[in-house]
Each structure stands twice: as structure tokens, then as C-alpha cells.
Design a protein around this ligand. Structure first.
Ligand code: APR
Ligand code: PHB
Length: 385
């Protein structure tokens, strides 16, 4: 078989890239290790920047998002119970949309007409410095696809980045000594807008998926097991970290999902190796604190799709040549913001009392300075593509 582009991974990055290429008349096949049901079973974040909303529209996959997504005009940060609302509309004249990544994935799957090969085992990439080809196994039979380019959209643990010779790639990483224990519940959200809370017991986040479904998180040690937390323990801990009014308003119920996610900052450089390109979580990871993971993946995809289109339509390699440097500049700014917000809101016992005073000063500065609020809002809303 032959294709112009082979995309590895049918997460949001691979599906969006596939859709944009398909609409441009470029022949791209997606190879995904898991089944569609498995991919749709993953619960991930749910805040879309305007750039991501626009990309869903460009992919002609935005109808349900516009009907069901919730426009959020602000967000609340709280520090030891003191609350500060950031009014995005007032500060920047923009907003975000709350719409689950699982729904983004579902809509992109539904929009796709071209071929996605699910349950493709042992995907491996070959000769990406010359004329690339990809092999995979399906139902015990090995297949080969020859192609012009390979797009590694296969997430942090994927095969694309792992296939690059170690001498050709540099990675930058910070792991945090904690994770987020998340719970999904069919109850109305505690507030209309998201609440990010710092408390001496640890960080907490009140998020939502709809008017009747909420998503809550608490900071836990990195090696914590979700099984150690029955629902009652989770709700008690969450309540203890919120300001008293929010704690009072919290509507609890049986959890429909409960899991621990580690926090990590990670960037690979460069993002092009011959005819192999990295995109999304394969290229970088941000801690979820700024809700940047999906949005950053989408901004890589927009740049890579445009670069492929420029190549096939205008016969120019300039955008493909510039892809890595261009997206890395934006990636590092999102890394900085996610790292900063993580540092502001989590507890770091190793930083001692001085560290906490600095966090408090940071919060007070944000609360008291319109310039600081604008800077926060500009980053949270998403820097320009
Ligand atoms: N072969 C084929 N497919 C693979 C392989 C492989 N060897 N390894 C991983 N995959 C698939 C995974 O099963 C997954 O469906 O690649 C896909 C990668 O999807 P994601 O991990 O969702 O990554 P990405 O599409 O870059 O999405 C960006 O936004 O909110 C963040 O981290 C969150 O996943 C999210 C990300
Ligand atoms: C979520 O709803 O899962 C969510 C929202 C905001 C974040 C992270 C996760 O910053």
C-alpha cells in the first residue's frame, strides 16, 4: 500500500491532522494501536482555547461542540480560601469553551471519511531519513505502507519518538512529586466557572463537563493508588481544600470514574527527523494545571497540516523545514505557563515556609494587579497560533 502521509496515533492530534489533510485532498492513513472504544474511554481535560474551537470548525467537526460546549467568561483562583475571579472577557475580550477532549475525539472520528486502521500492532517506522515506510501487524498479518512523510501523533509512550537515534534528539523534563486524583460525577458543578484552589493540604480543581456532570481533582503523592480513595474520603478531602462557601455548595455522588494522573513537563527537540515529524503528546507534555495539553497538540497540528498542504499544493518545502523551530517557540511558552501555574497552586513541602510565602505573594500580586491578571488571562486563553 502507498499513502502520502502515514499518521501514527488516533488521539485528538492524529485525528485532527488526518481530517485537515483529508479536506485538502492529501492521502493520509492513520494507524492506531487501540480500538475506537478504548480511545473513547480515556477521560482527559476539557477546556478549549479559541484556536482549538476554530480548528474544529475548519475540520467541519464543530457542530456538536457549538451546541453542547459551555462558554466560560472567567475562572476563579483561590488561595487558602481567599478568592479571585479572572474576568476573561473584561481582561482580554475572549473566552474559553468547556467541552471534553473525549467529545472532541468522538466528533473527529465521526467526521473522518478516510482510512483509520485500529488495533494495528507493532507499528514500526523505517528509513525516515530517505524514502520512509511503515509496517504494522493486523490479525497476525504484517502490512507495509510506503509514504512521503510520517507524522508521529502517538502520544508520550509512542513508537515515533522512540525510533529516533538518541544522538539526534534532546529531551528536557521535569517530574513533580505529586499527581492528580480525578473523579467524574453526575452532579451539577459546584460553581458556574472553574475553581483552581491552593490549600496547605494541597491543590484542588473544580471543573465540569456539562450542567449535570462535574470533574474534580485533588493533589496526591505521585505514587498514590486511586483504590486507596473511596468516594467519601475524596469528597471530604476536596471539601477541606475549598473555601467554605464552595465546600458548602458541593454536590457529591457516586464517582463514575476515578484515576490518578502523574504531572510532568517534557519537551523533545527538534521535532523533525528527515521525513518524520512529531506532534502533540509525542513531542511534549505539560502538567494539566493550565489546561494546555490538548490545545498545544492542536496548535502543532495546525502548523503541520499547513506545512503539508504548502508542500503538496504549492510545491514548497519552506513550511515543513520551519515546522520544528516555529512550533517549539510556542510550546516553550505554554510549558512556562503550565509550570508557573503548577508552582503557584500546588504544595511543595520541600520549599518550606519561604516557598509558601512566595506563593502567597504571587497570588496577592495577581489579585491586586490588572497587568498581572491580563498576563494570566492572555496565557490561559491561549497565545496566538
Ligand atoms: N502505534 C499506534 N498507535 C499508538 C502507539 C503505537 N506504537 N503508541 C500510542 N499510540 C496511540 C495511542 O493509543 C493514542 O490513541 O496514539 C494515540 C496518542 O493519543 P494521545 O495520547 O491522546 O495524544 P495526542 O493525540 O497528542 O493528544 C494530545 O492532549 O489533553 C492532552 O495529554 C492529553 O492526550 C492528550 C493530548
Ligand atoms: C478538566 O476538566 O479535566 C480540567 C480542566 C482544567 C484543567 C485541567 C483539567 O486545567
Amino acid at each position: 500500500m502507498r499513502a502520502q502521509v502515514v499518521i501514527i496515533g488516533a488521539g485528538p492530534a492524529g485525528l485532527m491532522l488526518g481530517r485537515l489533510l483529508e479536506l485538502a485532498g492529501i492521502d493520509a492513513v492513520i494507524l492506531e494501536r487501540k480500538s475506537p472504544e478504548y480511545v473513547l474511554g480515556r477521560i482527559r481535560a476539557g477546556v478549549l482555547e479559541q484556536g482549538t474551537i476554530d480548528l474544529m470548525d475548519r475540520a467541519q467537526a464543530g457542530a456538536r461542540m457549538h451546541a453542547e460546549g459551555l462558554i466560560h467568561h472567567g475562572v476563579e483562583l483561590s488561595f487558602d480560601g481567599d478568592r479571585q475571579r479572572f474576568d476573561f472577557t473584561q481582561l482580554m475580550g475572549r473566552h474559553v469553551m468547556v467541552y471534553g477532549q473525549t467529545e472532541v475525539t468522538r466528533d473527529l472520528m465521526a467526521a473522518r471519511q478516510a482510512m483509520t486502521i485500529y488495533e494495528a500492532d507493532d507499528v514500526s517506522v523505517h528509513d525516515f531519513d530517505g524514502r520512509p515506510w511503515v509496517t504494522y501487524r493486523k490479525n497476525g498479518v504484517t502490512h507495509r505502507i510506503d509514504c512521503d512523510f510520517i507524522a508521529g501523533c502517538d502520544g508520550f509512550h509512542g513508537v515515533a519518538r522512540a525510533s529516533v537515534p538518541p544522538t539526534a534528539i534532546t529531551t528536557f523534563e521535569r517530574t513533580y512529586p505529586f499527581g492528580w486524583l480525578g473523579v467524574l460525577v453526575d452532579q451539577p458543578p459546584v460553581a458556574d466557572e472553574l475553581i483552581y484552589a491552593h490549600h496547605e493540604r494541597g491543590f484542588a480543581l473544580c471543573s465540569q463537563r456539562s450542567a449535570t456532570r462535574s470533574r474534580y481533582y485533588v493533589q496526591v503523592p505521585a505514587d498514590e493508588k486511586a483504590d486507596a480513595w473511596d468516594d467519601a474520603r475524596f469528597w471530604d478531602e476536596l471539601r477541606s481544600r475549598l473555601n467554605p462557601e464552595s465546600a458548602e455548595a458541593l454536590r457529591t455522588g457516586p464517582s463514575i470514574e476515578k484515576s490518578v494522573a502523574p504531572l510532568r513537563s517534557f519537551v523533545a527537540e527538534p521535532l523533525r527527523f528527515g521525513q518524520l515529524f512529531l506532534c502533540g503528546d509525542a513531542a511534549h507534555i505539560v502538567p494539566p494545571t493550565g489546561a494546555k495539553g490538548l490545545n498545544l497538540a492542536m496548535s502543532d497540528v495546525a502548523a503541520l497540516a499547513d506545512a503539508f498542504i504548502e508542500h503538496y499544493v504549492d510545491s514548497s518545502l519552506a513550511a515543513l523545514d520551519g515546522y520544528s523551530a516555529k512550533v517549539l517557540r510556542r510550546i516553550w511558552k505554554a510549558e512556562r505557563f503550565s509550570w508557573w501555574m503548577t508552582n503557584l497552586l500546588h504544595t511543595f513541602p520541600e520549599n518550606g515556609a519561604f516557598g509558601r510565602r512566595i506563593q502567597r505573594a504571587e497570588f496577592d500580586y495577581l489579585a491586586g494587579s490588572v497587568s498581572a491578571q491580563q498576563s494570566f488571562a492572555e496565557n490561559y486563553l491561549g497565545l496566538p497560533l
